[in-house]
Design a protein. Structure first.
Lengths: 456, 162
């Protein structure tokens, strides 16, 4: 097959499959430019001969299909779904000439079938065309014309705000563990949550900047709501310069809150935890370390959202490190790394193209699925063993109620591994696993605190 | 006021898909299935900037044709028609212009558009759109869609064709 023009779905030399597919349409539309310079179209029936490479068109009455110019023949199908939209969208267009007004010999073909290229993927493949068009339009109009989103959605999309649950779980757990140790100040707890959130959002934006600059996001034509980054720079909703300013503002706010907390607690440990957190987050995609390009992305996320977030929150309240929060931090660390791990699955081809060495780019689907289950069970084992040896309070065993969610994700990965869009539900369930475990652990610590207060 | 024959207007009112033919760079006809809208005088189609090559073609050569051929997309109406005309692309503000110009017509034909609009954040470029306004000039009509019979040809009154 020879690609004959660039585009979302390239045109190509007609193949036997094209003839077979054209023959399946109940009618086709023949189109040509008439002598007055207008396109003319007429529906007609056809008989395709893949061996001869010709299509016999039924001659329309009162019209003559010209033999001295190129004509187009298209089969098109769509099923309207009232109140919902459409499905079964497909069309196939062939171009060529007729020698006698009925025998059509195509020389190029182009089409789209949403069963083969889902609409969202087709749209993503077409993003470069949108950018070219808007650039040309801006030049023509003498002013910059860019795509827009309302401020609310733009902030949400740019920062990937919904992912903040990944920060909330470890920070709240760190605060809860500190409270069981008798240390809790509500306003420093609130500042920790806000500061941690700013740092997380700053890291999200920074990663988008480097993924856009490296071409990783451009190469990804199957992003989902959980994967593929914010894409605000890919869509030109925000410039790279704009993203840099957003990242600096977010890191600035995080640093200001962090330094305030260091000043309040007088803890240099907290300062080093904060610095390590931002460095690990930025180095995830930023040079020179580019951890995700070296096969260290998942470890970096586990450390960042496990020990760093949870211990940081604990140290703010207590001013010291301890074994219990260290052990507990392994749980959100593993589960949040597993969110990344599953979200990397639909991105694996574009990630590999960009040189990222994520686990799904390096291992087979079977290894990835097994790895997922093993890692999730290790997280639950930490809780079970921790509670068993008395390191964690026994109510934390409540979190084991979430084990079936991990098995649901594992089963979903078996079925949907190769389909980015149906995998979305699995990715959602995996996010819920972290929320469920985190929520149950919080409940466990609140129960523990309540028992302590009653006992006191 | 419009001049298109009544049966063609009836087709336009129900058509969920029509095939727009534009003239490509080498004089080649290029077809695009699109939802046609009609305000009783002009035809309106619209295109996301994602799929905007057709807009570039129209700006180079504004002669276009819209074919209404598929009974499934015409709510079972078997008639067929091809409307030829001159198009202009309205693209001053691809973010908002189309909403002002055609959203009501689009909504009347495809009410689910409001649900898609609520999810605009999911695919923002899809809703950056230009409007293709077509002034109909000539019309071919096939009763019962039988193209083995010659079409009934009608033409815009002189002033409108200009």
């Amino acid at each position: 097959m020879t690609a004959m023009r660039s585009g979302a779905v390239p045109a190509h030399d007609p193949t036997a499959t094209d003839f077979e597919r054209l023959a399946m349409y109940p009618h086709v539309i023949a189109s040509w430019v008439d002598d007055d310079g207008y396109p003319t179209s007429v529906a007609t029936s056809l008989k395709a001969d893949a061996v001869a490479g010709t299509v016999k068109l039924a001659p329309p009455a009162g019209m003559k299909i010209p033999t001295d110019r190129e004509i187009g023949v298209m089969g098109s199908h769509i099923r309207p779904q009232p109140g919902i939209g459409y499905d079964q969208r497909r069309y196939l267009q062939l171009w060529g000439r007729t020698t006698d007004g009925t025998t059509f010999t195509p020389v190029r073909a182009w089409g789209w079938d949403e069963n083969e290229t889902p609409f969202f993927e087709y749209s993503e493949r077409s993003v470069p065309q949108s950018r070219r068009y808007l650039a040309a339009l801006s030049k023509e109009k003498g002013r910059t014309i860019r795509p827009k989103l309302s401020p609310f959605w733009l902030v949400l999309r740019t920062t990937r705000l919904p992912f903040l649950t990944a920060t909330a779980v470890p920070v709240l757990l760190g605060i809860a563990v500190a409270a069981t140790d008798g240390a809790f100040t509500w306003w420093t707890a609130l500042l920790t949550l806000i500061g941690g959130s700013f740092a997380h959002l700053g890291i999200n934006v920074t990663n988008d900047i480097f993924d856009t600059l490296s071409g990783a996001d451009d190469a990804n034509t199957t992003p989902t709501q959980f994967s593929g980054g914010s894409r605000v720079a890919v869509y030109d909703l925000v410039s790279i310069r704009g993203l840099v300013w957003v990242a600096l503002a977010l890191f600035g706010a995080a640093a200001a809150i962090g330094l305030l907390l260091v000043a309040i607690t007088g803890s240099m440990t907290l300062l080093w935890i904060g610095v390590a957190g931002i460095l690990v987050g930025v180095a995830y995609t930023a040079p020179p370390l580019k951890l995700v390009y070296r096969g260290l992305g998942e470890i970096a996320v586990a450390i960042g959202f496990g020990p760093i977030m949870l211990l940081g929150a604990y140290v703010v309240q207590t001013g010291r490190l301890a074994v219990e929060p260290m052990v507990l931090s392994l749980v959100p660390g593993i589960l949040i790394a597993l969110i990344l791990f599953v979200n990397e699955i639909p991105d694996r081809r574009s990630d590999a193209e960009a040189g990222k060495r994520t686990l799904p780019t390096r291992f087979s689907p079977d290894v990835i699925r097994t790895g997922y289950l093993v890692a999730a069970m290790v997280a639950f084992a930490v809780i079970g063993v921790g509670a068993g040896i008395g390191l964690l309070p026994w109510p934390t065993l409540l979190a084991l109620a979430a084990v079936p969610i991990a098995f649901r994700v594992h089963s979903g990965l078996k079925v949907h591994y190769d389909s980015p869009y149906t995998l979305m539900a699995v990715m959602g369930t995996n996010v819920n696993l972290n929320l469920a475990v985190g929520g149950l652990l919080l409940v466990a610590y609140i129960l523990t605190i309540a028992v302590m207060l009653i006992g006191a | 006021m419009g001049w298109l024959p009544d049966p063609v207007e009836r087709l336009l009112e129900v058509a969920l898909v029509g095939e727009l033919t534009v003239i490509g760079r080498n004089g080649r006809p290029i077809m695009h299935p699109l939802i046609p809208l009609y305000d009783g005088e002009k035809l309106y189609l619209h295109s996301s900037t994602l799929f905007s090559k057709k807009l570039e073609h129209i700006k180079r050569d504004p002669h276009v044709a819209l074919a209404l051929t598929d009974p499934v997309a015409m709510k079972g109406n078997p008639d067929r028609a091809t409307i030829q005309g001159t198009a202009r692309v309205i693209e001053d503000d691809p973010h908002k212009d189309w909403e002002r110009l055609i959203l009501d017509l689009w909504r009347a034909k495809e009410p689910s558009i409001d649900d898609f609009l609520k999810a605009r954040v999911a695919l923002p470029l899809f809703f950056e759109r230009a409007v293709i306004e077509i002034t109909p000039e000539r019309c071919l009509y096939w009763a019962d869609g039988e193209t083995d019979r010659a079409p009934i040809k009608t033409q815009a009154p002189k002033a409108e064709a200009a």
